[in-house]
Design a protein around this ligand. Structure first.
Ligand SMILES: [Mn+2]
Length: 324
């Protein structure tokens, strides 16, 4: 699985690591763990993201190494590695331009909709997090797993498994978490930092979602729409609009939860979650140009919001109605 990747790591000296914009715990943790791994191999490495590191992850050792995208690729860069991105659109237009100009590219990812967009593609569709693949790479290389790497990988795996709640949490995932703890990850501390220090402004959006959510199809579909201008009215930022879908997903009886967010650039962001293994939301996302995992997917589609919402909801209604 890692033969070509390891060869590329051995043959080159100067790397950069990127991931998708609006990075989540897996994007940040995988970028950081990959960067730290390259450093421990004695390589020069830069880490970039189109968006800043979310505050909840800035305690991770080395998080400050993740920098904004450079205006152009460094002259001497040899390999650009993209982690946790199913397709190139997810890294953003600017990063895509850099990616396309890179002398050599690597794609390490766990989305089964991955488009194999790099010269070397290491894709394990069944992995619970991209961080799981990077931990296996650490093993394959025989590199020492350091505490900063372990913290980054724990953040990656914990967040992508919904704190080890999703069915992607296999015995192997639990063994990986145990290995990270043995290196020193303080589970109480890291979980408090990631999950229990939510900025007060995020409560404004949570209240907004609870006040305005819509439940339909006999309680099997829950959704909420964030119209253009609403963030400004509420005085909240992009970060406050993360994970909102989890609030409406947990309602009893809900099979599919969806958040529609007007991005105010003509596009609508759609976050889909399934709670029923019979409903594959990556297939629904795929019908509208998106992708992801069976239980968690996303779309960026043309607006206006009301039209995008009807299109996606119709696809979901059809699937939900087809269930026994
Ligand atoms: Mn991921």
């Amino acid at each position: 699985m890692f033969t070509d990747l390891i060869q590329t790591l051995q043959d080159n000296e100067r790397f950069a690591v990127i991931s998708h914009f609006r990075p989540d715990g897996d994007a940040i943790g995988s970028t950081l763990a990959m960067g730290l791994l390259l450093q421990s191999l004695g390589k020069k490495v830069q880490m970039w993201n189109a968006d800043p590191v979310p505050q909840r992850y800035d305690f991770l050792t080395g998080a400050d190494l993740i920098q904004p995208l450079p205006p152009a690729l460094p002259e001497d860069l040899q390999v650009l590695i993209c982690v946790d991105s199913g397709d190139l659109k997810r890294i953003g237009n600017e990063a895509m331009e850099l990616f396309n100009k890179a002398p050599f590219t690597i794609n390490i990812d766990h989305h089964h909709t991955n488009t194999r967009y790099a010269k070397v593609n290491v894709v394990e569709g069944g992995a619970a997090a991209c961080g799981c693949i990077i931990l296996k790479l650490v093993h394959a290389l025989g590199v020492e797993l350091t505490r900063p790497m372990a913290d980054a990988l724990y953040a990656a795996i914990s967040t992508d498994t919904g704190s080890f709640q999703y069915s992607s949490t296999t015995p192997e995932v639990m063994r990986m978490a145990a290995e990270l703890m043995e290196v020193g990850v303080d589970v109480g501390d890291i979980n408090r930092r990631i999950y229990q220090e939510i900025p007060p402004t995020s409560f404004i959006t949570q209240r907004e979602v609870l006040n305005n959510m819509v439940v339909e199809e006999n309680g099997t579909i829950s959704h909420y729409s964030m119209p253009a201008g609403r963030k400004a009215e509420l005085g909240v930022g992009l970060e406050d609009c993360k994970d909102l879908v989890d609030i409406i997903r947990v309602m009893q009886g809900v099979k599919v939860a969806v958040i529609f967010e007007d991005l105010e650039n003509g596009l609508v962001r759609v976050s889909l979650r399934s709670k029923d293994p019979q409903v594959d939301v990556s297939a629904i996302a795929g019908m509208h140009g998106g992708g992801g995992h069976c239980m968690a997917s996303g779309i960026r589609m043309r607006g206006p919001l009301s039209e995008a919402r009807e299109k996606v909801l119709n696809s979901i209604r059809a699937v939900v109605r087809s269930l026994s």
